[in-house]
Design a protein around this ligand. Structure first.
Ligand SMILES: NC(=O)c1ccc[n+]([C@@H]2O[C@H](COP(=O)([O-])OP(=O)(O)OC[C@H]3O[C@@H](n4cnc5c(N)ncnc54)[C@H](OP(=O)(O)O)[C@@H]3O)[C@@H](O)[C@H]2O)c1
Length: 318
């Protein structure tokens, strides 16, 4: 059989060269997204964002959407090779009312569905979707080491992750490759859980939450960004845990931060019941014990720059 010679060599080159790839990021203005954007631009990718607000980075074209209203700028998919889906209402930003819970889920599920609807209606060259998911998938598992094949939790976060991953998986029916990265607590002093944990420690009011024995699945921000790029550049599909290979307990994490900041931890532990009273159902975010395996991620060839909590915290607060 005669193989037709590509009519447009430049287009062919663009499709197969990683340096020419165009990546559309949803939620690209967030904690992970802004650093991923910088690294991808540095590596020579073209990056555009889907956002709720106009962007201010001259190197990034921003397309607008309103997930709740179901509106999206259809031009956002033009020339795009791969989508990174990070958008989602902050899980620990506001109290979990029924309305907030719906927003946490729909900002992750309806958002990707909006994009898939566009792909059904317009010609495109998108091959792959790399999506965030979360280790909240596994819920409170005590000391059990959970892997990508473990069952999801029945609680709100577990079911949110199930719905999120299911919505992302709909892309397979459109011929897309799907990669989901179940992310643990991303450690950086710029925001997120570590900033909140470290603030009272800096003022000498640091304390361990609950028993302190609960396992915290964590990853240094740099490793999280590098793992996204690894997932973009390698033939990786399915689910991978985005956590460092050495999980730490809440006590170990808190003590390591206090030591690095040279501050005492003199207050008594905050009992679990007090956290449940103050935070309601959302207390699961700090009280659940989730010991997550990074074995599959390491077997795929990913090498962590910060494999232990000591190395990660030392780098962050050095
Ligand atoms: N950071 C962590 O520790 C961690 C842990 C586990 C999982 N994850 C997941 O990884 C992803 C990225 O994390 P991140 O820390 O970078 O999150 P982030 O800082 O909260 O950013 C998420 C982005 O999503 C967009 N967004 C927020 N509310 C939205 C809504 N109601 N509808 C549509 N878009 C909305 C925003 O972008 P615009 O303002 O530009 O629209 C925001 O910048 C998230 O899905 C998060 O759940 C993060």
């Amino acid at each position: 059989m005669k193989v037709p010679f590509p009519a447009n060599l430049n287009l062919q080159k663009k499709l197969i060269s990683p340096m020419g790839k165009h990546i559309l990021i949803t939620g690209g203005t967030g904690l992970v997204g802004k650093h991923l954007t910088s690294l991808l631009l540095e590596k020579g990718y073209t990056v555009s964002h889907l956002s709720r607000k106009t962007g201010n980075n001259p190197k990034v074209k921003t397309f607008l959407w309103d997930v709740a209203k179901g509106s999206i700028d259809a031009d956002c998919i033009i020339g795009v090779d791969l989508i990174v889906h990070l958008a989602g209402a902050g899980v620990a930003d506001k109290r979990w009312t029924d309305g907030r819970k719906r927003e946490i889920i729909s900002s992750r599920t309806k958002s990707i569905a909006l994009i898939y609807n566009l792909l059904k209606q317009h010609p495109h060259q998108i091959k792959k979707v790399v999506s965030a998911s979360a280790t909240g998938f596994y819920g409170d598992c005590g000391n059990e080491l959970v892997t990508e094949t473990s069952v999801p939790a029945k609680d709100f976060l577990g079911q949110c992750c199930v719905a999120w991953e299911k919505a992302v998986d709909e892309g397979a029916a459109l011929g897309l490759e799907i990669l989901k990265l179940r992310t643990g607590v991303v450690l950086t002093d710029e925001g997120g859980a570590l900033k909140q944990l470290a603030l009272p420690i800096k003022f000498g009011f640091g304390t361990i939450l609950g028993s302190g024995k609960q396992w915290v699945p964590w990853i240094h921000l740099q490793d999280a960004i590098d793992l996204y790029v690894f997932g973009i550049e390698k033939e990786l599909t399915g689910v991978y845990n985005m956590v460092a290979p050495n999980p730490a307990t809440n006590a170990k994490l808190t003590i390591t931060v206090a030591k690095q900041l040279n501050r005492p931890l003199w207050l008594p532990k905050v009992p679990a019941f007090a956290l449940k009273l103050a935070l309601g159902e959302m207390s699961a975010v700090v009280l659940a014990s989730t010991k997550v395996s990074a074995a599959k991620t390491e077997q795929a060839g990913f090498v962590f720059k910060y494999p232990t909590i000591k190395e990660a915290i030392r780098e962050i607060y050095a």
